[in-house]
Design a protein around this ligand. Sequence first.
Ligand SMILES: NC(=O)c1ccc[n+]([C@@H]2O[C@H](COP(=O)([O-])OP(=O)(O)OC[C@H]3O[C@@H](n4cnc5c(N)ncnc54)[C@H](O)[C@@H]3O)[C@@H](O)[C@H]2O)c1
Length: 449
Amino acid sequence: MSQLSAVPANSPAAQLHARIENASAIVGVVGLGYVGLPLLAAFHAAGFKVIGFDKDNRKIKALHRGENYLKHLGQDLVSRMRKEGPDRFDATADFTRLGECDAVLSCVPTPLGAHLEPDLSYVDGSAADIAATLRPGQLIVLESSTYPRTTREIMLPKFENKGMVLGETVFVAYSPERENPGSKDFSTATIPKLVGGLDPVSGELAALLYRKAIKAEVVHVETAEVAEAAKLLENIYRAVNIALVNEMKIVLDAMGIDVWQVIEAAKTKPFGFQAFYPGPGLGGHCIPIDPYYLTWKAREYGHPTRFIELSGEINRGMPQFVVNKIALALNDAGKSVKNSRVLVLGLAYKPDVDDVRESPSFELIEKLEHLGAHVDYHDPHVPETHEMRHYDVDKESVELTADAVAGYDCVVIATNHSSTDWAMVAEKAQLIVDTRNAMHGFGGNVVKA
Ligand SMILES: NC(=O)c1ccc[n+]([C@@H]2O[C@H](COP(=O)([O-])OP(=O)(O)OC[C@H]3O[C@@H](n4cnc5c(N)ncnc54)[C@H](O)[C@@H]3O)[C@@H](O)[C@H]2O)c1
């Protein structure tokens, strides 16, 4: 039975319910990155007034100029919202304005610390900002990927300290983002959305809100913890299966068998097998990071997470496997890594996006330079690099001309952007080390790695 239908008329829950139903609720999104910006746009498209909040003033200024800094979302995403005026869309670094919002959706980063421990400082800071202006009747939803119980243990106490009562004066839920940047098949509004409340009324209000903006199914699960754990299961499933094919790659490579052909063959089975593909290592803000959130939390309950640790070990070893293959391939050509000229194709962690977070290309570059190679990169989506949390690679993307390609001792394919002229690379490169099977069907002097 719906708990919401039983709340007293004029209670904060009933008032928020009405405001969501008639789309007069103001929706605030905190953290306007790969997850927050498209989410803001989805609620705007559903007819809500939206306010975006970010600590990064450059993002706020860009939004006020009508600029979209996330190119894969389309050039006119922000200008379209701006056209409808400040009554429908605003962006600000003034967090005292959080109190204007009926619903606040927090999409801040959840990275790892130096020892693979969760860094919840952004979630904690965001909850403190929300608590500072909290008023009765607000719905707060955490979207960041994190371990089960984060919403209850990290966020809720900050709201209760302000005298709020869960399910009566404040409503708190968790709804994981399943964004797949660069995907042509799915967008924020067309990916089914999980929603779980810290209590039944919060869950119902949050599910109601998301149903207004998400065209796909909104799956209302029983608790926030189920939603938090489901998000981790999805990402751990990927990390473990990618590790499995990476291990198969290493073994089959030693046997002289092409793992890519093996996957294509196995894929013909119509049930019980899902294809995952090997690569130079894990990248992005989710798969290399989120599994360790569970590992950390599991220790509190006295349980090791062996699948996660093992798959992390294998996936983290892939850049070294690739570097070894490069060294052997150069050796076969009578060259050493030292003083060789190497071109890395693709800096982003996956095709057709500009996201370089945790990209294994950086590790490849650093390892090759450490061995004395002269390394350049080409990436049409990443014109230059800047210092990042783990890497300090200061380079500009070189042009991918036939002459340039011919001048390198080795071309390493780290990311298979669809705009790359693979036929030209096949024809001109002296030696190609391909971690993505990008050269399939193009010929060339290719070593798969
Ligand atoms: N990128 C993805 O594909 C993806 C997919 C699913 C889930 N997630 C999860 O979503 C969350 C956000 O990821 P993202 O990729 O959007 O990160 P992002 O780095 O692209 O964006 C985060 C934004 O939050 C801002 N920020 C940081 N601290 C803030 C604060 N206290 N208040 C307001 N703004 C703040 C940053 O300036 C940045 O603009 C993470 O937990 C991530 O694991 C990401």
